[in-house]
Design a protein around this ligand. Structure first.
Ligand code: WT7
Length: 630
């Protein structure tokens, strides 16, 4: 900083943006939150409804298993719905939905409340009670919101599996969570085609025998198999007398589980990240209010999928907690033409649009004309999430979509953090590609191999030093893994798995993952999942997967395989392996390139050295290979 001026390419907020913002002085808020961290969060929690007030804001007696608002009784679904229907928001739209095929619907808070109560009664009548796990596998349709809220309302733990995942991913998640109920849709529209979700689920269920009830939402209407005694239509159930509006909301302890969400980690199977009612509610509510600066008159659109944390936190829970109107779109952003999103913004008068850099890059390549054809003047705020946004895409978004008047909130966070962690607010000066600074009161740092803070501008491990309300509480079924994965590398601090640097103004710049997680189009995948899908194919003896920088996707997957005896290398086999991964994990996990190998570089202890493969692929020096076996 020179003379109060920030260094580099800086975009200062306009007078208009500042005068309309909920928070006009970031430094003052940050100081207040830093001086009295617990008081800050306690004040925010006071804006929500508690059946019984908490005794303690932050309980750190069992670090790193931090607890928040202990002794408090609440229910996040009650705060999303019940509290609004006794206010002016009763008839306000909670959800606006558009299908890829042009179908559309709206739902007021009152209606969403009633539908949720009805479905909660159905779930209870099937024997689902507090603490039971329910798997949800659907496209982006309003029923996914109803299903999540109904689970929360009765204290069941929802486990949403992204509709782009396939047979083995779904099977593994049902099995690990031991869900007795699966809520699925017959299919989902994507790029004019139908993804046969129910068929995929049937195949997954053949591998997992624990599911007793499958509740099927009719969306696409194609013929599906319905197993008698197991499968029931959602719309038929919702017409039964039991599906009435009288539903008593379960009173939950602040620390009672709300949901689990599987995410890829460094090794092995995906981890079930567990979030709770109290802290998650306070964290998502507060960050949405301050960062997206939500107003009662806003129409807000988070273009993510509810099946990922972005959708959980910022399509479903945070907007509803804030009494906002949330828009959801079912389909692909370029279908049928690259103006689909801009058409939607114009048609519905969207004010806030939150999206992934990969989508921005994907739309940018079609040029400005598609966007310029539409009136985008309703937009006042933009958001980006999922991976670093390259300055070029940032500037395009700022200029062509935001017409140089919409600040861009580049929000860095994770499934594990539950809420935004490094993020600007509208009143904060922006630098393209930087998420600016940690949310008020939260302390981050960048450490070297020894755990010492690096110098300004140097790259290191991004860590968090302050606990925050929406933080992951445990890994379901495997609490020890929480300690090992996040709290062991540098004792006492949370290790994010990302590398980053900090500039002279204290702004953070995320570089990327430093572990075996690959971000493909913003989707998080583990090398382990791709590799285990490959070796489940009869032709494959061993496999390694790496991420290689890719212009549109951020990263693309390259895989290396050693074939079993008796199998011949061929282009046809490569295609077959790609299809196999698509079928087992999901289309997003399909490698861009598969290469046959005689050996894979390994350490003497037998670990595949992916960085050597990556260096070779990029034509770089593989670095220290003294531990290489051969
Ligand atoms: C990883 C977490 C939480 C939202 C969706 C992703 C990367 C996320 C940003 C950003 C640079 C980002 C990080 C992080 N990431 N947001 N604004 N700038 N990188 O959640 O699937 O748990 O992935 O996404 O690498 O660790 P997730």
């Amino acid at each position: 900083m020179i003379d109060g001026k920030l260094s580099g390419e800086v975009y200062y907020p306009s007078e208009e943006v500042i005068s309309n913002a909920n928070i006009k002085d970031w430094d003052a808020l940050n100081k207040a939150a830093t001086d009295d961290y617990e008081g800050f969060w306690s004040n925010e929690a006071d804006n929500l409804h508690w059946f019984l007030k908490w005794d303690k804001v932050l309980d750190d007696s069992e670090k790193p298993f931090y607890k928040w608002f202990t002794g408090g009784k609440t229910n996040i679904a009650h705060n999303c719905l019940d509290v609004h229907i006794n206010t002016h928001r009763k008839n306000k739209l909670a959800l606006i939905w558009e299908g890829e095929n042009g179908d559309h619907s709206t739902m007021s808070y009152f209606r969403l409340y009633k539908e949720t109560c009805k479905f909660a009664n159905i779930l209870r009548s099937l024997g689902v009670t507090k603490g039971d796990r329910v798997t949800i596998y659907m496209g982006r349709i309003p029923e996914i919101v109803i299903a999540m809220l109904a689970c929360a309302r009765i204290g069941a733990i929802h486990s949403v599996v992204y509709g782009g995942f396939s047979v083995e991913s779904l099977h593994e998640r049902i099995e690990d969570s031991q869900s007795k109920v699966l809520i699925v849709s017959d299919g989902a529209y994507q790029r004019g085609k139908i993804i046969p979700l129910k068929n995929i689920a049937d195949e997954a269920l053949q591998r997992a025998g624990i599911v007793e009830h499958v509740l099927v939402v009719k969306r696409t209407g194609q013929e599906v198999y319905m197993e008698s005694g197991r499968d029931m239509w959602y719309h038929e159930l919702m017409n039964l007398p039991i599906a009435n509006y009288n539903n008593k909301c379960e009173v939950m302890d602040s620390e009672d589980p709300l949901f689990i969400l599987y995410t890829s980690g460094t090794t092995g199977k995906p981890k079930a990240i567990l979030h709770t009612h109290g802290g998650y509610m306070v964290g998502t509510y507060t960050t949405m209010k301050y960062v997206f600066d939500i107003k009662d008159s806003d129409r807000y659109w988070c273009a993510a999928d509810p099946g990922w944390i972005t959708g959980h936190s910022y399509i479903v829970y945070a907007p509803l907690l804030n009494g906002a109107t949330s828009f959801m779109y079912e389909g692909a952003h370029t279908y049928p033409y690259p103006n689909r999103w801009w058409q939607i913004v114009e048609k519905y008068g969207i004010n806030i649009l939150y999206m992934a850099p990969t989508a921005i890059r994907g739309l940018m390549r079609f040029g400005d004309a598609w966007a310029n054809r539409h009136d985008l003047s309703s937009l006042r705020l933009l958001g980006s999430v999922g991976e670093p946004i390259n300055p070029e895409a940032w500037r395009w978004l700022y200029k062509v979509i935001g017409r140089e008047k919409c600040p861009i909130m580049d929000t860095w966070w994770q499934t594990e953090t539950g809420m935004f962690i490094i993020t600007p607010m509208p009143c904060v000066p922006l630098k393209p590609g930087s998420g600016t600074k940690p949310f008020p009161g939260i302390e981050a740092d960048i450490l070297d191999e020894e755990g010492k803070p690096v110098k300004t501008g140097e790259e290191g491990y991004l860590v968090l030093k302050t606990p925050w309300p929406a933080m992951v509480r445990t890994i379901y079924n495997d609490p020890q893994r929480l300690v090992e994965q996040y709290w062991s590398r540098f004792p006492g601090v949370y290790m994010t798995g990302d590398s980053a640097r900090r500039d002279e103004d204290g702004y953070y710049w995320i570089i990327g993952r430093v572990d075996d997680v690959i971000k493909v189009s913003g989707y998080r995948l583990g090398t382990a999942e791709i590799e285990s899908a490959l070796v489940s194919h009869p032709a494959v003896a061993e496999a390694a997967a790496i991420g290689i920088p890719h212009e549109l996707k951020g990263n693309a997957i390259h895989a290396f395989v050693i074939l079993r005896q008796g199998f011949a290398r061929s282009e046809k086999l490569i295609e077959e392996l790609k299809l196999h991964i698509g079928h087992e994990v999901g289309p997003i996990a399909k490698p861009e390139k598969i290469e046959f190998m005689d050996t894979l570089p390994k350490t003497r202890s037998g670990k595949i050295m992916r960085r050597v493969l990556k260096a070779k692929e990029l034509g770089l020096d593989p670095g220290n290979i003294s531990t290489l076996e051969e």
